[in-house]
Design a protein around this ligand. Structure first.
Ligand code: 5AD
Ligand code: SF4
Length: 407
C-alpha cells in the first residue's frame, strides 16, 4: 500500500517537473513514507528521520517530508522531536500529498505540465479501496487510515488503461480488504472481470483478502479468467478459534480450511501465502501448537510471521501482553523454520517444470521475472524480453527465487 502511495506521489510530482535522484545528497526534497503496523516499523522510521538531520546539515535547503500512517498517529511528536522535519502529511490526507509538497517545498518553480503518468514500469500498483472497517483487535490500520472507501470503478478502469497504454503489463490491485470492494453495483469479482477486459493487459494480481469475505464468486473468476494470476494472499493470523475470536477476525479455522480446499480444487495451480501473528495476548502453548499444525497441514507456498506488537488505542492493547518477548521470539522462529522447510520442499518440486514468466527488469544480462504464482524467476536474456511473457525451464530453486533458461 505504501509503495503504491509513493508511486502515485512520484507520478504526480513528475508532472510538476520533479524527478527521483539516486543519491540523497542530490535531493531538494526527501519524502519518508511511514508505516505504523508494528512498533518495529515506527522505530525504523524514527531512526531514519533522525538521520535526515545530518543530510540537512550538509544541505540546509533540503526539505524533509514525513507522510503516512506514522505521520497520522505521531505527527505532533515527530515535529517536536525533529527540527529537521518541514512537513507532515497524515495518512488520511495522502490524496493531496503532492500538492502539499509542491506548495510548501517548490513554491516558485513548479510548473504543471499536462503529461500525466509518464512512468513506464511493467508492473503497476492500483489502490481500489482505502481504509478498513474490520477493527481486528490488534490492528492500528482502521485508526490511521480511516473507514473503508471504495474508489469509483470507472476511474479505476481509466487509470489502469492509461498505465497499460504507457507500458504496464501487470496490475496489482490493492486494498486492506479487496473482497469488500463495492462501488454501486460493482463488487470485487465484477471489477476484476472489467479490468481483465483491458486490451494488452496480461496479468492481474490483488491483495489483501479477508477470509470472512472471500466468496465463491471470486474463486470462480480466478479460475475462469486467465489474466488473473493464480495466487492468493489470505492472512490466517492464527489457527486457534479462541485466538481468532479475541482477534475479532470473524471466522473459524474450519472456515479457513474450507476456503483453502475450495481454492485448491477450483484453481489447481494456485499458490497460497499467509500472515501469522505469534504471541497474541492469551496465546497458550496449545493455541500456538494449533497454528503450527495448521502450517504443516496447509503447506503454504510462503508466509509472513510477526511477533505480536501492542498498538496504542487498539482493543488488544488493553489485554495483558502475557507472552514474554523471549517466548514470542521462540514461536516466531519455530514457525519460520517450519515454513521455510515446507517452502524448500515445494520449490524443489518445481525443478524441471516450465513456468510462464513476465519479464519485469534486467540487471547485467539477468532478467528478473515472475511466474504466474508470484515466484521470482531469474533467467539470462536481453532488454527485448522486458514486458514480454515467455516460458522458462526451471533448473535451480531457492526459497524465494527460481533460476532457469528460456525455452
Ligand atoms: N502486531 C503484529 N503483527 C501485526 N499485524 C498487524 N498488526 C499487527 C500487530 N499489532 C500483521 C498482521 C497483518 C500484517 C499486515 O501485519 O499479520 O496481516
Ligand atoms: Fe487491520 Fe484487520 Fe483491517 Fe487487515 S482487515 S487492515 S488486519 S483491521
Amino acid at each position: 500500500m505504501n509503495m503504491c502511495d509513493s508511486d502515485m506521489l512520484d507520478s504526480v510530482l513528475s508532472t510538476y517537473g520533479a524527478s527521483k535522484v539516486d543519491n540523497l545528497l542530490d535531493a531538494d526534497v526527501v519524502v519518508l513514507n511511514t508505516c505504523s503496523v508494528r512498533a518495529q516499523s515506527e522505530q525504523k522510521a524514527f531512526s531514519y528521520i533522525g538521520r535526515t538531520e545530518e543530510f540537512k546539515r550538509q544541505n540546509p535547503d533540503l526539505k524533509i517530508v514525513v507522510m503516512g500512517c506514522m505521520a497520522e498517529r505521531l505527527g505532533c511528536r515527530i515535529k517536536k522531536r525533529f527540527n529537521s522535519v518541514d512537513l507532515i502529511i497524515s495518512a488520511k490526507n495522502i490524496d493531496n500529498a503532492a500538492l502539499k509538497i509542491i506548495n510548501s517545498c517548490f513554491i516558485n518553480n513548479a510548473v504543471k505540465n499536462e503529461r500525466f503518468d509518464l512512468k513506464s514500469e511493467i508492473v503497476r500498483y492500483v489502490t481500489i479501496i482505502r481504509g478498513c472497517n474490520n477493527y481486528c483487535s490488534y490492528c492500528i490500520v482502521p485508526f490511521v487510515r480511516g473507514n473503508e472507501k471504495s474508489l469509483d470503478y470507472q476511474s479505476l478502469i481509466n487509470e489502469c488503461s492509461l498505465m497499460v497504454k504507457n507500458g504496464a503489463r501487470e496490475i496489482m490491485l490493492l486494498g486492506q480488504n479487496v473482497n469488500s470492494y463495492q462501488y454501486g453495483d460493482v463488487n470485487f469479482s465484477l471489477l476484476l472481470k472489467k479490468i481483465a477486459s483491458i486490451k494488452n493487459l496480461d496479468r492481474i494480481r490483488f491483495m489483501t483478502n479477508h477470509p470472512k469475505d472471500l466468496d465463491d464468486n471470486l474463486i470462480n473468476v480466478m479460475a475462469a479468467e486467465p489474466k488473473v494470476c493464480p495466487h492468493i494472499h489470505l492472512p490466517m493470523q492464527s489457527a486457534s478459534n479462541k485466538i481468532l475470536k479475541t482477534m475479532n477476525r470473524k471466522y473459524t479455522y474450519e472456515h479457513y480450511l474450507d476456503l483453502i480446499g475450495k481454492l485448491r480444487t477450483t484453481v489447481p495451480e494456485i499458490s497460497i501465502t499467509t500472515d501469522i501473528i505469534v504471541g497474541f495476548p492469551e496465546e497458550t502453548e496449545k493455541d500456538f501448537e494449533d497454528t503450527l499444525n495448521a502450517v504443516r497441514t496447509i503447506r503454504f507456498d510462503g508466509l509472513y510471521v510477526f511477533k505480536y506488537s501492542p498498538r496504542h488505542g487498539t482493543v488488544a492493547s488493553k489485554m495483558a501482553d502475557i507472552v514474554t518477548l523471549e517466548e514470542k521470539k521462540r514461536r516466531h522462529s519455530i514457525v519460520l523454520k517450519e515454513s521455510n522447510k515446507i517452502s524448500v520442499e515445494i520449490v524443489s518440486k518445481m525443478i524441471g517444470s516450465v513456468q510462464k514468466v513476465l519479464a519485469e527488469k534486467i540487471n547485467n544480462g539477468v532478467i528478473e521475472s515472475r511466474a504466474r504464482g508470484g515466484r521470482k524467476v531469474f533467467v539470462k536474456g536481453s532488454k527485448d524480453h522486458i514486458g514480454k511473457i515467455f516460458n522458462v525451464s526451471i533448473k535451480t530453486a531457492k526459497i524465494n527465487s527460481l533460476l532457469g533458461d528460456i525455452v
